[in-house]
Design a protein around this ligand. Structure first.
Ligand code: GLV
Ligand code: MN
Ligand code: MN
Length: 404
């Protein structure tokens, strides 16, 4: 709740954009708690924040757990923040109850998970996993023209004493707690979701170019109205892609009109497309239709479609899933297997190490909204399950035998 005051909105939500003053203030808060608990903070070139509990074998691959501290512009208190706080709590309680772990345990807050200020998101985890080049990430600009590079340097300047570690390493495992962001756990009256994987996602940036003109004088048949072309594209996309089957998720979430004046024919429209489906074949087929549907409806304007994200559905580590199930059973929390419909940094970590996620319910399944809410008992249950899985991994000398 203290963290939610940073970037808190009048409607009770959170607007804490990646690399903003709000995120800097959130770092200060979390670093303060970590230092009080004896953890060591550090950062890397991608603006990820690490909080380390030193283990006996400093050379062994660390156990990594966390989530993100940035939010959507009209986001909630729990998306990301619950996972960072649960990871911190699990690590601090491990130190308090069990002393020094066999290997390092590191809490992480990934840079720009949401991708609302700088698109696409998951920059920190993708750079960490070696999937995206830092030079390309630093060149991305927000709508005010500020680059990730400039904002990243500003963040680092705000923490001059924070040690920098090399970008990326191979963790022993990665764990992430998150609110479900959907209605399934609540409907099943389950406190813990054992996440099987994350559904595939593609995103696109589309730009429609027409020509400006006077709304009162330019003849209708002479117009190249970019907004009119956009309206036809949006209808065609929703009608064809949005109706593929019950599992498809198609969203045009951001539209920018130029010059956006009541009496000027719009010359340019840029818009975002977010497309998701659990079946990679269906997702690929739907994604392959996007550019064609835009082109078929562009005339008399022109259109450019740029793919941004192409992430397939993945499956999380079966041993870690079994450990989460066992911890839930021991703690008597009703649990069920669940596919994540939302995207998470764990998707990228799963490419370099065994990874898994713990879900907890959120009220009415609502997320990316200001009234997002998770019951304190559920947050505590999720953190306790995470702590138990962490404890078993952290106290085992050899992780492979612990997981066998
Ligand atoms: C992550 O925030 C997503 O949009 O799935
Ligand atoms: Mn999130
Ligand atoms: Mn989110």
């Amino acid at each position: 709740m203290a963290l939610a005051e940073i970037g808190g909105t009048p409607a009770g939500g959170v607007n804490r954009q990646a690399l903003s003053d709000g995120e800097i203030a959130a770092w200060r808060c979390v670093i303060g708690w970590a230092l009080d608990a004896g953890l060591t903070p550090s950062t890397d070139a991608a603006g990820n924040l690490f909080l380390t509990l030193a283990g006996r074998d400093r050379a062994a691959p660390p156990i990594l757990l966390g989530s993100h501290l940035d939010s959507q512009p009209t986001g909630g208190k729990f998306d990301g923040a619950a996972g960072v706080m649960a990871a911190l709590e699990a690590t601090v309680s491990l130190a308090e109850q069990s002393g020094t772990p066999a290997r390092d345990v590191m809490v992480v807050a990934w840079m720009n998970e949401e991708g609302s200020r700088f698109a696409p998101g998951m920059m920190g985890s993708e750079a960490f996993a070696g999937e995206r080049d830092m030079a390309a990430i630093r060149a991305v600009r927000d709508t005010d023209g500020t680059s990730v590079g400039e904002a990243l340097d500003r963040l680092h300047q705000a923490f001059p004493d924070l040690p920098h570690r090399p970008l990326g390493f191979r963790p022993a495992v990665y764990l992430e707690l998150h609110i479900e962001q959907g209605p399934l756990l609540e409907a099943a009256v389950c406190t813990i979701g054992i996440v099987t994987g994350i559904q595939g996602k593609k995103t696109f940036q589309v730009v429609v170019e027409g020509a400006e003109g006077h709304a009162g004088t330019l003849a209708q048949q002479e117009r190249r109205d970019a907004l009119a072309s956009f309206a036809r594209m949006a209808t065609a996309l929703h009608d064809e892609i949005g109706t593929i089957d019950a599992d498809i998720k198609f969203t045009i979430g951001r539209v920018a009109v130029v010059p956006n004046a009541p009496s000027v024919v719009p010359s340019r429209v840029s818009f975002s497309i977010d497309l998701r489906h659990p079946d990679n074949a269906v997702l690929d087929a739907a994604g392959a239709r996007i550019a064609a549907l835009c082109r078929e409806n562009a005339s008399p304007c022109t259109v450019t479609v740029t793919p941004l994200v192409d992430a397939t559905s993945n499956a999380f580590d079966p041993h870690l899933r079994a450990s989460i199930a066992e911890a839930s059973r021991k703690q008597r929390h009703p649990a069920m297997a669940i596919l994540s419909a939302a995207g998470h940094d764990a998707r990228h970590l799963a490419k370099i190490c065994p990874a898994a996620m713990v879900f907890i319910p959120c009220r009415d399944g609502a997320s990316h909204v200001e009234h997002e809410w998770a019951e304190p008992d559920h947050v505590a249950a999720g953190a306790s399950v995470l702590a138990q899985v962490l404890r078993e991994l952290a106290l085992a000398g050899s992780l492979s035998s612990a997981r066998a």
